[in-house]
Design a protein around this ligand. Structure first.
Ligand SMILES: [Zn+2]
Length: 188
């Protein structure tokens, strides 16, 4: 049951181009623990041994196998009521995160996810860092972007966090198209 949720969201993220090869990671809260995708796992092809259960506050023997973004997922579960987290690399959102400090989704998507802050703007971001800043921002947002890196979305279910990510990227794609049209018009 849990595996099939991870598999279906992992597959959807990959087929929509929201992650590539071994990028991105997923987790759900399970009491005092979390289940997170394994370090280096391919979200398009998740198997039972790609799901790592470890503590939100405590390490166990499986901890070293967890995704490199484990510190961020732990911080989010400690500071918010999130039940699931999706970290993806949506290309149009990443492009906008390089130029904007806040991304305002289009009128259709705005009521669903609100404004999306860009964190770590202007700084070199290393995976696993910024955990506390990301977690704090997710107290007030459903989706945040890390500058030039990717998105973190929270939900009650993996499917919900996935759908926020997909809607956000679809909106960013339109914004990028509009920006490029303006550039072309100006140049004509
Ligand atoms: Zn990433």
């Amino acid at each position: 049951m849990i595996l099939s949720q991870f598999q279906s969201v992992g597959h959807d993220l990959f087929s929509r181009g929201l992650v590539c090869s071994s990028s991105g990671n997923l987790s759900i809260r399970l009491g005092e623990n979390l289940i997170i995708t394994r370090r280096g796992s391919q979200l398009n092809n998740l198997e039972e041994n790609d799901l790592i259960e470890t503590g939100i506050n405590k390490n166990n023997r499986a901890t070293p196998l967890a995704s490199v973004e484990l510190p961020v997922h732990r911080a989010i579960y400690k500071q918010t009521s999130a039940q699931a987290i999706v970290h993806a690399h949506p290309p149009h959102a990443i492009a906008l995160s390089l130029t904007d400090k806040e991304i305002v989704p289009n009128a259709e998507t705005l009521p669903l996810i609100g404004k999306v802050p860009v964190l770590g703007y202007g700084a070199e971001v290393v995976p696993g860092e910024l955990a506390d800043i990301i977690a704090r921002a997710l107290k007030e947002h459903r989706v945040v972007m890390v500058h030039g890196h990717g998105s973190f979305a929270i939900g009650q279910l993996l499917e919900e966090a996935y759908s926020f990510t997909a809607e956000f990227e679809a909106s960013c794609q339109i914004s990028c198209l509009l920006k490029s049209l303006k550039v072309n018009t100006a140049g004509a």
